[in-house]
Design a binder for this molecule. Structure first.
Ligand code: NAG
Ligand code: NAG
Ligand code: NAG
Ligand code: NAG
Length: 360
């Protein structure tokens, strides 16, 4: 116990993580004496962590110590998957192969470009949610950001509004999200070991997208909007921007393979090596035309397509040449909207018959 307590001169987060990951048996003995770690007492009181499906062993332990974080981890991962579905709404693969029955119970068996995106965007969602929850005072172990004042901030502007705690959000979600990969052991050089490296890399790329897009935000004070005084803080970007940035990374993702030393290297080394901000993958994607469990493809039968579009959402590409059925569908819209003084807009609801095209 002495050794651990000395390491606790770091923040309390680091301290508890050391307890969990470096010495599981020590953790057990601490857990038996709840006075040593107050949070450990909760283990018996609330069965939350054992009920959450899809947590790995290490994640369960973190869950027990940080029960108040779990809601935000779950929400963050869901925000990530929702963003994924938005980004891919017009594609054959529309991100719905992701098993959302549990927070991280993903069922993508192949290490495709799409799998890479899925990992990155959900890791990003978790950083986002935890950082924000800190700022909002929802978590007992963190608060407003304590990021250093940016050097280029004008001298008469105040630094210190309550900012999103990106530093904490990043570190906690790295421990939590990566835990499930880190506790696996695979034979060096195996396909599984390549997949593990790929997952860790893409998780990190997702987290970095969030931290790279965070920015300084300021508010004016002073008499009648003179803006003689400004207060500034660190603010996360809108999550849509994170989604857009990661989608670009998806488009430029790099295919990798294992080298004899068990490291991932580029298959085609004519290009620049991927950085920690880039997405990597190890398996070619299927065409997602037909359903195939092992590739995570649901197929496109039953998908709506656009008869006049020549893009991926056009019926030709979306339906993979199988053709489509045409239906008349009723849609309800807001119409005849009128502006009323002051200040609201009143609309009527109109029903419209439209043609819909559905892949065979
Ligand atoms: C998965 O998500 C979809 C859409 O977001 C939802 O309709 C469905 O009920 C979810 N499934 C489970 C098992 O939660
Ligand atoms: C599913 O995809 C895998 C990998 O591409 C392939 O080997 C397998 O034959 C496919 N299965 C079906 C039923 O198409
Ligand atoms: C995605 O595609 C699947 C399979 O074609 C379909 O069942 C599902 O409704 C689609 N999801 C969304 C969000 O469009
Ligand atoms: C179909 O595609 C065309 C051309 O890209 C576009 O102008 C139109 O708005 C699309 N229709 C629907 C219903 O999305």
């Amino acid at each position: 116990v002495d050794i651990v307590m000395k390491k606790c001169s770091l923040t309390s987060l680091d301290c508890r993580l050391i307890v969990i990951f470096c010495n599981v048996s020590l953790y057990r003995s601490l857990a038996m004496n709840p006075l040593l770690i107050p949070e450990a007492y909760i283990i018996g009181a609330q069965p939350l962590c054992s009920q959450l499906a899809g947590l790995s062993q290490g994640q369960k332990k973190l869950c027990q110590l940080y029960q108040d974080h779990m809601q935000y981890i779950g929400e963050g991962a869901k925000t990530g998957i929702k963003e994924c579905q938005y980004q891919f709404r017009n594609r054959r693969w529309n991100c719905s192969t992701v098993d959302n029955s549990s927070v991280f119970g993903r069922v993508m068996q192949i290490g495709s470009r799409e799998t890479a995106f899925t990992y990155a965007i959900s890791a990003a969602g978790v950083v986002n949610a935890v950082s924000r929850a800190c700022r909002e005072g929802e978590l007992s172990s963190c608060g407003c950001s304590r990021a250093a004042r940016p050097k280029d901030l004008p001298r008469d502007w105040l630094w210190g509004g309550c900012g999103d705690n990106l530093n904490y959000g990043y570190r906690f979600s790295k421990e939590f999200v990566d835990a499930r990969e880190r506790e696996k052991t695979y034979q060096k050089g195996s396909h599984e070991s390549a997949r593990l490296l790929m997952n860790l890399h893409n998780n990190e790329a997702g987290r970095r997208a969030v931290s790279d897009l965070a920015h300084v935000s300021c508010k004016c004070h002073g008499v009648s909007g003179s803006c003689s005084l400004k207060t500034c803080w660190l603010q996360l970007a809108d999550f849509r921007k994170v989604g857009d940035a990661l989608k670009e990374k998806y488009d430029s993702a790099t295919i990798m393979k294992l080298n004899p030393r068990g490291k991932l290297v580029q298959v085609n080394n004519k290009f620049n090596a991927p950085t920690s901000n880039d997405l990597i993958y190890i398996d070619q994607s299927p065409d997602y035309c037909v359903s195939n469990e092992s590739t995570g493809s649901l197929g496109t039968t039953g998908r709506l397509c656009n008869k006049t579009s020549e893009g991926m959402d056009g019926c030709e590409l979306m339906c993979c040449g199988r053709g489509y059925d045409q239906y008349k569908a009723q849609v309800v819209e807001r119409c005849h909207c009128k502006f009323h003084w002051c200040c609201y807009v009143k609309c009527k609801r109109c029903t419209k018959i439209v043609d819909q095209f559905v892949c065979k």
